[in-house]
Design a protein around this ligand. Sequence first.
Ligand SMILES: [Zn+2]
Length: 420
Amino acid sequence: MTVSERLQPSPDRLGADLDELATVREPTRAGWTRTVFSEPYRSSREWVASRMRAAGLRVETDGAGNIVGVLPGRVPSAPALVTGSHTDTVEAGGRFDGVVGVLGSIEVVRMLRENDIELDRDLLVVDFLGEESNEFGLSCLGSRALAGELTTDHLDRRDRDGVRLGERYAEFGLEPSGVLEAAARFAGRGALHRYLELHVEQGPVLEQRGTAIGVVTAIAGIHRLVADFVGRADHAGTAPMAARRDALVAAAEAVLAVRQQGCGAPVHGVATTTRLDAPPGSPNVVPARIRMYAEMRSVDVGWLSDAQRRLGEEISLRAAEHGVDADLTWSVDNECLPADADVQQVITAAADSLGVGWEALPSGATHDAVHIARLCPMGMIFVPSRDGRSHCPEEWTDLEDISTGIRVHAEALLELDRAR
Ligand SMILES: [Zn+2]
């Protein structure tokens, strides 16, 4: 019997873990809510650390709040192999996003130990702090900090209650200075060998095509827009239609323009208006000020920059037709990031050797892998999401599909351990 044939996850054990973690959530909200810095999240992290310990990992929490389980390798000086994901959720989210990567990697450790397989390199299983986007407008807090991309400016950002991010860290038991210093651990490339993340697809492609495994080619770049529309307040009963400078009408045109750009994407591209802020209006006043938030994502860098330019022109033009000023501020949340070609090759070879079907596909969602890619080459493995649903209580992946993902994940990790 080959090593790969011996390495089988236990669906019962995995299912029990998934069920147990799912009980830790905000009790008063629908679905599964474990947002960063919340009490349920604190409890769930203790549970994750205890599961890591039970699996035989040496567990520590780094300065940035990442839970790191270490499986020591035979060659302590060799750059470490890293895997993991996250266990925080969006508000009213699901049970699988991120969780599959953390619990799946703990299962890989159990499989290795049960079969007396020692790796050459240390294997780090990381539960990254706060991957989901939060009130501070930041996602991937833990991996961002580890990659040295979290700054004092970020710590000064405030949430809806006016509390600084740095204070939220401190309340959660993490010193803000320690958060910033966490990057020193793996500063520069070379300290880490490879990063591999197992994750649910969060989209419909694998299920629709009946494919077990997605090999991620690239993670989409995200360009964000904040648009301020300034018109003029007037009496809604007396101001003639042609004379109005209605900021809400200009914003409405912009919402449609965003959608139009997304629908025109040739390969993978999406565009979404995520929020409209209007001051409490009067039922009889023409709206004068509206703020709109939108984002565009694609793995096609050329399309993304062209679409951003086209959208900017379109919004300004339509606003001007309504006599409204549009002030547009763009920012890049993350640039499009290709997965490492060699790591993709290792994943496809692992799937082939196990007789598991796979296909290459881009990730429209962002992941901790984007940030860890600053430290070492990265790759990602996707497993199917039922009906392509995610970030909602309906999020679901069959245990059988997760188990297949874990087998490919384990096989790929073994190969990456051997790779120079
Ligand atoms: Zn995730």
